[in-house]
Design a protein. Structure first.
Length: 168
């Protein structure tokens, strides 16, 4: 893909990204807006995510391993030797982002399917906030392929759960 001149001038880091990195970020943008519109009814928050996760669990749509591969990736990234890594701090979890829930799931202390689903989606929600509010531009989006690849998988699964739960 050829980067238009405007992006070359104002977003020089974009040119350094691989096609796969640009695609993953582009797909994330589309998937997030679809997820937020369909599942969260345009009102994204950790509470809305927790509510959706509980609804899925209450309707028998979640298994313990529904988000297993993605949560394993997040655990590897955010926890090392029982300690939260500097990457975890860069999620910029806010008080209303249910940080205690996210920490419990990442530490393996909570294995309820609805809590695992909520934690995975809250992490993705932080990716969304950090991307759309500019935090990720501080390092010109470098090194984000795996993050966005796993985030996209979480969003696709969540949209599929929502569709199944609503007769889709």
């Amino acid at each position: 893909m050829i980067i238009p001149a405007w992006f070359q001038q104002y977003a020089p880091g974009l040119q350094a990204l691989t096609v796969e990195e640009r695609d993953a970020i582009t797909h994330f943008s589309f998937l997030w807006t679809m997820f937020e519109a369909r599942v969260l009814k345009t009102r994204a928050s950790a509470n809305a995510i927790i509510e959706a996760s509980r609804w899925w669990a209450g309707n028998g749509l979640l298994a313990a391993d529904t988000f297993g591969r993605e949560v394993a990736y997040f655990r590897d990234r955010y926890v090392a030797d029982g300690t939260f890594t500097y990457h975890f701090e860069h999620l910029h979890l806010r008080r209303n982002d249910a940080p205690a829930l996210v920490k419990k799931v990442l530490a393996g202390a909570d294995v309820a399917p609805e809590e695992i689903a909520a934690a995975a989606l809250i992490i993705v929600y932080r990716f969304r906030n950090n991307l759309f509010h500019g935090v990720k531009w501080s390092y010109e989006l470098q090194g984000q392929l795996e993050n966005f690849t796993h985030a996209n998988a979480v969003l696709m699964q969540a949209i599929e759960l929502h569709e199944r739960g609503n007769g889709g």
